[in-house]
Design a protein. Structure first.
Lengths: 75, 185
């Protein structure tokens, strides 16, 4: 019977943690992608002097979400 | 007010003669005033960011008992990213929800959430009535309030909510009405 137990408690917690991290980081990536597109649409609607900073921040957010998503694979 | 001299006040919430262009702008159309919500009205989400940061730092007291160091780094990075996104999203919402007054038109551009945009436009010469409302202690102290612009006929009415110096804006619109299509204030 003991041989049938594949995971111990800690491993189950880690497995759940990894699954949730992957799901939420993927959702965050989708959100960042939409935010990036929306920022571009906003800048097209109202063009201001320092709009490049906003594009940079959106790209930074997108980059961060990609790092998180790939980081979640190695948890 | 200097003639055609650009200046802004209260963290770009009241910009006179701004260097800005917008979608659908005519060649001979000059933006005279750009209005955003008064920065004081944005304090609640800034406080939220502060408490969210505190919460993330507080989590680090308990996390080492359950997670390994790599997972703790991931949780922190993810939490900080979320706070950054929350801050950035609210900032974008504030920055791009603008009222633009040109020598020809009054535009109210509103973004709701991330995917819905609403633009309300009224011609300056169709403006019939302007009401500036400043009510409450904070509004009076920091000089912000709402401005309601009623137009003639079937054209839509425009509302600017929580803008800085609503009386001054009403004065500028009145002046534009008097001057016709002049852009010299």
């Amino acid at each position: 019977m003991e041989n049938l137990i594949i995971f111990n408690n800690k491993e189950i917690i880690f497995l759940f943690f990894k699954a949730f991290s992957l799901i939420f980081s993927f959702l965050y990536f989708l959100f960042s992608l939409v935010a990036f597109q929306q920022t571009r649409a906003m800048i097209k609607t109202v063009e201001v002097e320092k709009s490049k900073i906003l594009i940079f921040l959106s790209l930074f957010q997108l980059f961060l979400s990609i790092i998180l998503f790939f980081g979640a694979f190695f948890l | 007010m200097g003639k055609n001299k650009s200046y802004h006040k209260l963290l770009y919430s009241f910009c006179l003669n701004p260097s800005l262009t917008f979608d659908g702008q005519d060649n001979d159309e000059v933006p005279i005033l750009v209005l955003r919500a008064n920065p004081i009205t944005q304090i609640p989400w800034i406080i939220n960011c502060f408490f969210l940061l505190l919460f993330i730092f507080g989590l680090n007291i308990f996390l080492p008992s359950y997670l390994n160091p790599y997972q703790i780094i991931f949780v922190n990075l993810f939490g900080l990213s979320l706070v950054f996104s929350y801050f950035y999203f609210n900032f974008l919402h504030w920055f791009f929800n603008v009222g633009i007054i040109t020598n020809k038109r009054i535009l109210d551009i509103d973004f709701y959430g991330l995917v819905y945009k609403e633009t309300t436009i009224a011609m300056i010469d169709r403006v019939e009535d302007i009401t500036a409302k400043v009510s409450g202690f904070f509004s009076s102290f920091f000089n912000y309030g709402n401005l309601f612009i009623q137009t003639a006929g079937n054209e839509v009415n425009i509302e600017f909510i929580n803008i800085s110096k609503p009386q001054e804006v009403a004065k500028i619109i009145n002046q534009l009405l008097k001057n016709g299509k002049s852009n010299h204030i």
